[in-house]
Design a protein around this ligand. Structure first.
Ligand code: ADP
Ligand code: SF4
Length: 676
């Protein structure tokens, strides 16, 4: 350790009978692997331990078959056959001196039991908390409550046998039976488990006591609790019953792991919240309990972390996304390499993958979920047989990641960029409202390039095919990006319908900054892309004083942003900006809309049309060069292959670099086969 400013973050903290070696705490989060891909999940968590996270906790681990969350791939500890898998996880995490925790949980009215066919259970006879599933929960009778407590104790015992240091009691995110009993809107009971606060709290208290009994002073017991539900009408408040719960149970658990609920409130994207956004809700907890407190809020700044501990707002710095984006964040702080931290940009692509039930992806960390599958390490250099010179054309996320990965492997790299500024699309998009943190994708990689004597970056250098051949590098990678179409082709229309012109614009026309406020106009923002772009451009135009009507053929505004938990906030933001929103509305050739439900057609006149649909890969150079026999190695990476997310461009750049280094396409994915 070089920098004593951060010493406090490396102090051990006692958690009941166990001690965590430092204050970096990787909280439970879904990995998209779950019980059926244990090797992937274990390798992902072990990487965090290797990277210096003093405590690493598994995601929701179902205690019994009547808490079956499939198709969502959670962990399971249903019976003794689950123990060896967990024991292996514990071993891999502890290998690095970290504590291993487990979030044992029952999903209550959030379980689906689609695989097991058991009744969903909850405090009352009400529909399950998945509106898309036509099922109801059964109000638990006393026998059910006793069976649940027994199952929770049995699961805690199995977790203890597996060797976990910290056993969780989970009452957060509206994803837990214990939450559901606490909630007056879900708990309509008239017995001692319903009605007044003490009654609704009863089951949580009992389960906490049960778990402490099982732990028996050998492992710690953590309570994960959402102190507020700011987005739920009538939900818990941190200055109401949320606080009452903490006061009532203050000294019972060995650790308070606190956050806000539901998941969209907990995992807010950077577009809508700043680092530390949960603190105003959670930081009262330290004043109520003497037990250690861990909290989250997309923390990436070591100075903020230090101040939180010094000011007594938190004891442990909790992280899900920051630990995904950089599993080695603690090590980098310890080694005084803060500039090397790959800071989470708050884009929630990780969340979107989890929503599909797939191993998570990350915009900043292309190696996440590939630790086992492809043997990738976020820090160790990829293997290379010899040192070569590499030319990369384009300095967007794909080009910069490719360059960075090659440099790390000791290669000589030149990056040529046509524009005067590096960063490609992230530089442009980071200037849009709410997206400034996206520049971290560029800044982290540029910093790595700037540190290396083997890197050269030439700006304002538009290369032709001849320039590239003349340069004479051993390998050439084209990462030349894509451009937005302005002919109407998009996710629901595969035929060009518009001729570009004065009144038909692409996203780039809006981003280039020439639509000044001086000539306030009316715009139609047509979203046939469904991600963030149309809504962000709408904000941008409104800020310049223009009037915008947002139109989409989808039944929802910015449909795909539901996966990044942004959709409802986007609608609120557009409402605040007085944007008229037309859904289920398709643009037709003759400059009119058609409402897809009613068939009503409406002409629009006097408005400029911004078409946000598909993009075209910029691959002319590749077409020209691929027939050339002079080039020993020619690759393409990122949007110039398939236009997609920034995350997919980074992953592509990384994958191509590894392919170049290995001299072959690399090994296939290792797959986990589940035969007993
Ligand atoms: P990706 O997301 O795949 O990284 P971007 O669009 O972000 O793609 O970045 C591509 C970059 O490539 C842009 O900054 C663009 O200016 C640059 N570029 C495109 N063609 C050339 C070229 N012929 N010579 C140098 N740079 C180029
Ligand atoms: Fe952060 Fe985005 Fe990575 Fe998630 S995907 S950890 S939000 S950078």
């Amino acid at each position: 350790m070089n920098d004593s400013r951060y010493d406090i973050l490396f102090e051990p903290v006692r958690i009941g009978p166990v001690t965590t070696p430092n204050r970096f705490y990787a909280v439970p989060h879904a990995t998209g692997h779950g019980w059926n891909q244990p090797k992937g999940a274990i390798a992902l968590r072990a990487m965090k331990a290797e990277g210096g996270w003093g405590t690493v906790v598994t995601q929701i681990t179902e205690i019994s078959p009547d808490s079956d969350m499939a198709n969502h791939p959670m962990e399971r500890i249903w019976d003794d056959s689950d123990i060896p898998r967990h024991a292996l996880q514990v071993e891999e995490v502890k290998k690095y001196g970290s504590l291993a925790g487990i979030e044992i949980a029952h999903g209550g009215m959030r379980a689906r039991n689609l695989t097991t066919g058991y009744p969903v259970i909850g405090p009352s006879h009400l529909p399950v908390l998945r509106p898309e599933i036509p099922a109801q929960a059964k109000a638990m009778d006393k026998t059910d409550i006793a069976a649940f407590r027994k199952a929770h104790k049995a699961a805690a015992m199995r977790a203890k046998k597996a060797g976990y240091d910290i056993l969780y009691v989970y009452a957060a995110h509206d994803l837990s039976l214990l939450n559901h009993f606490l909630s007056p809107s879900l708990n309509k009971r008239c017995d001692e488990y319903g009605g007044k606060f003490e009654n609704r709290l009863r089951l949580l208290r009992e389960v906490l006591e049960d778990t402490l009994e099982i732990a028996a002073g050998k492992c710690a017991v953590a309570l994960r609790f959402s102190v507020a539900e700011p987005e739920k009408p009538g939900g818990l408040r941190h200055d109401g019953e949320g606080r009452d719960v903490v006061e009532a149970l203050a000294e019972l658990p060995d650790l308070w792991d606190v956050n806000i609920s539901g998941w969209p409130a907990d995992s807010q994207s950077a577009r809508f919240s700043e680092e530390g956004y949960q603190l105003p809700f959670t930081d009262f907890v330290k004043s109520v309990t003497s037990k250690p407190v861990v909290g989250v809020g997309r923390f990436t700044s070591p100075d903020l972390m230090v101040s939180l501990v010094k000011k007594g707002r938190l004891d442990l710095i909790g992280a899900a996304r920051s630990s995904i984006a950089d599993p080695f964040l603690p090590t980098k702080i310890r080694e005084d390499r803060v500039e090397d931290i790959r800071e989470c940009i708050g884009c929630n692509v990780c969340v979107s993958m989890d929503a599909y039930g797939l191993p998570i992806r990350c915009t900043q960390n292309p190696t996440i979920s590939e630790e086992y599958r492809r043997g990738w390490h976020p820090e160790a250099p990829a293997f290379s047989k010899r040192r070569q010179s590499h030319l990369i054309v384009g300095s967007g996320p794909a080009g910069l990641e490719c360059a960075h990965t090659l440099l790390k492997a000791g290669q000589k790299v030149t990056v040529a960029e046509a524009r005067k500024v590096p960063g490609g699309r992230v530089t442009r998009e980071a200037l849009l409202p709410g997206l400034s943190s996206w520049a971290r994708v560029r800044d982290y990689r540029l910093h790595q390039l700037n540190q290396s004597p083997d890197a050269e970056l030439y700006l304002a250098s538009h290369l032709s095919a001849d320039d590239i051949l003349e340069f004479g590098a051993d390998t050439v990678t084209l990462a030349t990006g894509a451009k937005w179409r302005n002919d109407g082709v998009g996710s629901t229309c595969f035929e060009p319908r518009f001729v570009s012109g004065h009144d038909v614009l692409s996203p780039e026309d809006v981003m280039d900054g020439t639509l000044s406020a001086e000539h306030a106009s009316r715009f139609i923002m047509y979203d046939d892309d469904n991600f963030y772009m149309a809504s962000v451009l709408t904000e941008q135009l409104c800020k310049l004083g223009h009037q915008v009507v947002y139109v989409t053929p989808q039944p929802m505004v910015a449909t795909w942003t539901d996966f990044t938990l942004d959709q409802h906030r986007i609608v609120e933001r557009l409402k605040e900006l007085d944007v008229e929103m037309l859904v289920n509305t398709q643009l037709r050739d003759n400059q009119e809309f058609e409402n897809l439900l009613s068939g009503t057609k409406t002409a629009f006149t006097g408005a400029k049309l911004v078409l946000v649909g598909a993009r075209l890969p910029l691959n002319d150079l590749y077409t020209q060069l691929c027939k050339n026999t002079q080039l020993k190695s020619l690759e393409q990476a990122g949007d110039c292959v398939t236009p997609g997310t920034i995350q997919s461009a980074v992953l592509s750049g990384h994958t191509i670099a590894r392919k170049i280094l290995a001299g072959n396409p690399g090994r296939d994915f290792r797959r986990e086969q589940t035969i007993d």
